[in-house]
Design a protein around this ligand. Structure first.
Ligand SMILES: NC(=O)c1ccc[n+]([C@@H]2O[C@H](COP(=O)([O-])OP(=O)(O)OC[C@H]3O[C@@H](n4cnc5c(N)ncnc54)[C@H](O)[C@@H]3O)[C@@H](O)[C@H]2O)c1
Length: 243
């Protein structure tokens, strides 16, 4: 799955308690990738990391608290990861949150928080909603637009250092999607499901994290994708057709 396994990975500048980050950490560890995994939810994150560690005793795993909106914490985690792993080959920045609010009532702090939950690392996470937003998600769409522009900009700047930077645009079932649907009115859930069924070319609402997404992430952090940088990579069943 991961042809030239990157031996030292920090999935998530990052997070591991839930969704994409958790599945990525589990599958990558099973393939021998050494990792520092991080989240703001220390109770869940710590226990996920212990489970992964006990299932993969030959893989070096360390959990660390990280709020990706705090620059000093990001710097400290990278330094610790380099010390613990003996270097760092890849970062997968899958932290994120979604919260519905009418555009005119979005609090300044909430917009700042959305915009701060981003990063310029090897793999960032954008969204189809950046270019095709849904109601009440203006701040989420704006934050993802920022992630995508930032990804392209730093790919240009950091190519000279041999650093590749891409953004994945997923559409996969995770607790984030469950939480979003739970917060909709019943009729909106039905409408949302019809919208997704109509729009996803492959006919399923959402893909499976482990089957449909993690192999693409493995490809993107491996040398097999050494000529790919600055790209928005949709793994979304054709939900939107990204350029
Ligand atoms: N699931 C999808 O279909 C989908 C679609 C488009 C974009 N995305 C993006 O992919 C990324 C992962 O999403 P997911 O579906 O796995 O979500 P998720 O809610 O299941 O997991 C997100 C994780 O990020 C952590 N987190 C939140 N804020 C953080 C912070 N400030 N610092 C550190 N960790 C933090 C959470 O604790 C959680 O463990 C997000 O950036 C999301 O916006 C997901």
């Amino acid at each position: 799955m991961c042809p030239q396994t990157p031996p030292r990975l920090s999935p998530g500048g990052n997070s591991c308690a839930s969704g994409i980050d958790k599945a990525t950490a589990e599958v990558f560890a099973a393939h021998g990738v050494h990792m520092v995994i991080c989240d703001i939810q220390d109770d869940i994150g710590g226990s996920v990391a212990s489970q992964i560690s006990s299932k993969n005793p030959n893989t070096k795993i360390q959990y660390q608290h990280l709020d990706v909106t705090v620059r000093s914490e990001c710097n400290a985690v990278v330094e610790d990861a380099v010390r613990f792993l003996g270097g760092l080959d890849s970062l997968v920045h899958a932290a994120g949150h979604i919260h519905q609010d009418a555009a005119e009532t979005i609090a300044e702090g909430e917009l700042d928080h959305m915009l701060d939950t981003r990063g310029g690392t090897i793999l960032n996470f954008g969204s189809d909603l950046a270019s095709d937003p849904l109601p009440l998600l203006a701040h989420y769409a704006a934050s993802k637009g920022a992630v995508q522009s930032f990804t392209r900009a730093v790919a240009r700047e950091w190519g000279k250092y041999g650093i590749r930077v891409n953004a994945v645009l997923p559409a996969v079932w995770t607790p984030m999607i469950d939480g979003y649907r739970e917060n909709l009115e019943a009729e909106s859930v039905a409408g949302y499901d019809v919208f997704m069924n109509d729009r996803v070319c492959l006919g399923e609402k959402f893909g499976d994290v482990e089957i449909d997404l993690v192999p693409v992430l493995a490809f993107l952090v491996s040398d097999a994708s050494r000529w790919i940088t600055g790209q928005l990579v949709p793994v979304n069943g054709g939900l939107s057709l990204v350029r």
